[in-house]
Design a protein around this ligand. Structure first.
Ligand SMILES: *Cc1c(COP(=O)(O)O)cnc(C)c1O
Length: 346
């Protein structure tokens, strides 16, 4: 790997971050806070939140078994995706490489930041080869995006190919594990020490059931986390979100129960889906959704919309012709979907 200084945009490397009132005084002993121009009357939401979310990171580090210095928290993982572009990619000069198809935000953030986005098509099993991916890189490639389990295909990427990319690529590998809770494959978190160029993204939005609070996690070396913290908005994770996340972590056993149920429901739903006359193929899933090739994705999508049932039409995505992406819902929701499709006349 190149040094962090070589990978970081020079203006970001030199940047002196904004120092907030809460950065400058961090102690707990004071009782009179007249430093941040807050309103003293409107308790409990009148104070600025902790810019580095220390209490939350302490609790998270127990669950993830990663120390707080290796954790960045943002306004969804989407914030972390945007920040890695802004930290490491010089507009119009640097580029990034990603598998295709994958999560759309990698390309949107590339376009917003005016950074070239290079796509490498997956094979018909929705797998990639490290060699092909690396062949698409050059000396200006700063980031490689991998997503495992991948969205929208639903499958885990081959772990040994991921490791090959990690050991051979000179830049940073952003490994998005938004759906890892639903997979039988362990997270790459345990490899964080081994690969200084690894950035793992996880989120509160999927298995953790908290899409509304907008909270995403990035795990990486202290150096990388330091750069993300330096360029983020000072109070990027609001107080309500921090409190709600603490609440969730206190009942983490609920998350484990949800994941167990959703994995069971995924099996029931895919089994029923396979028997439908409109189904051509169900792709294997390691996530809380699956991709299904159907006889006519556009017609079936519109038919379901007419009944108030919304799935995701992925027909126009690479390798996903005539495919629908279906999220696993409650038993009842899944039954409603299956009953509707049983009545569908192509
Ligand atoms: C849903 C999803 C996310 C989550 O984004 P948040 O901003 O944390 O809600 C990240 N990556 C992938 C691949 C996703 O599908």
């Amino acid at each position: 790997m190149k040094t962090l200084k070589e990978l970081t945009r020079p203006n970001i490397w030199e940047l002196k971050p904004y120092s907030s009132a809460r950065d400058e005084y961090k102690g707990a002993v004071a009782s009179v806070f007249l430093d941040a121009n807050e309103n003293p009357y409107s308790l409990p939401h009148n104070r600025y939140p902790d810019p580095l979310q220390r209490d939350l990171k302490t609790e998270l580090s127990k669950i993830k078994k990663v120390s707080p210095e290796h954790i960045f928290l943002g306004n969804g993982s989407d914030e972390a995706i945007d920040l890695v572009y802004r930290a490491f990619c010089e507009p119009e000069k640097d580029n990034v490489v990603a598998i295709d198809p994958t999560y759309g935000m990698y390309q949107v953030c590339a376009d917003v930041n005016n950074v070239e986005y290079r796509k490498v098509l997956l094979n018909d099993k929705f797998q990639f080869s490290a060699e092909d991916l690396l062949a698409a890189t050059d000396e200006h490639t700063k980031l490689i995006f991998l997503c495992s389990p991948n969205n929208p295909t639903g499958n885990d990427l081959n772990g040994s190919e991921i490791e090959k990319v990690l050991s051979k690529f000179e830049g940073l590998v952003i490994l998005d594990e938004a759906y890892n809770d639903f997979s039988a494959t362990p997270s790459f978190l345990r490899n964080l020490e081994q690969y200084p160029n690894l950035v793992i993204l996880q989120t509160f939005s999927k298995a953790w059931g908290s899409a509304a609070i907008r909270l995403g996690m990035a795990f990486a070396s202290e150096g990388i986390i330091g750069i993300l913290n330096k360029i983020k908005y000072p109070y990027n994770v609001n107080q309500l979100t921090q409190q709600q996340a603490m609440e969730l972590l206190r009942k983490y056993y609920e998350v484990e129960r949800w994941v167990t149920s959703l994995k069971e429901e995924r099996e029931v739903l895919t089994h029923a889906f396979k028997k439908l006359s409109c189904t051509e193929k169900i792709f294997p899933s390691d996530a809380n959704f699956f991709l299904a090739r159907v006889t006519d994705a556009v017609k079936i999508y519109n038919y379901l919309v007419g009944l108030g049932i919304i799935v995701r039409n992925r027909n126009s995505i690479a390798l996903c012709g005539n495919c629908l992406r279906v999220t696993v819902g409650t038993r009842r929701e899944n039954e409603i979907l299956i009953e509707a499709l049983q009545k569908y006349k192509g």
